[in-house]
Design a protein around this ligand. Structure first.
Ligand code: THU
Length: 143
């Protein structure tokens, strides 16, 4: 698809997300996720998944990135890159879980927010939030 992201921005997001996987704390699943969230202000907020022995307190990489940004007063976003897998280099695309899609729905425009699923800088696909969360329920429904 065509996007208003520059190629250099796409590559920076993928590189940041892949590099963030090194901080993933995933001793239970072994599935290491790295995310890189591009805010409207141009800053990139990174995140990784953080698991827990009690399992349910675990947090996904995407939500770590969102919560870092929102906790610093940033609420406008353009795109997120998600990378993940059990191998050193991701063998497949790691699509955001339903909970993470819902968190995106809270802060992002479903028609324009872009989700980059990447295996490498050369191998990625781009979707809108609306494609991954059709008929999503969000703040506009409560207005
Ligand atoms: N995970 C993410 O970080 N993001 C997703 O959207 C899907 C799943 C993490 C959660 C858990 O630590 C591991 O991947 C396996 O589910």
């Amino acid at each position: 698809m065509t996007t208003d992201l520059q190629q250099t921005q796409i590559e920076e997001l993928i590189t940041s997300a892949l590099s963030q996987r090194r901080f993933s704390y995933a001793p239970y699943s072994g599935f290491r996720v790295g995310a890189a969230l591009l805010a409207e202000n141009g800053r990139i907020y990174t995140g990784c998944n953080i698991e827990n022995a009690a399992y349910t307190p675990s947090n996904c990489g995407e939500r770590t990135a969102f919560f870092k940004a929102v906790s610093e007063g940033v609420r406008s976003f353009r795109a997120i890159c998600v990378t993940g897998g059990k191998q050193e280099e991701p063998s497949g695309f790691a699509a955001p879980c339903g909970v993470c899609r819902q968190v995106m729905m809270e802060f992002c425009d479903p028609d324009s927010f872009l989700i980059i699923l990447a295996r490498s800088v050369e191998d990625y696909e781009i979707h809108t939030l609306k494609e991954l969360l059709p008929m999503g329920f969000g703040p506009a429904d409560l207005a």
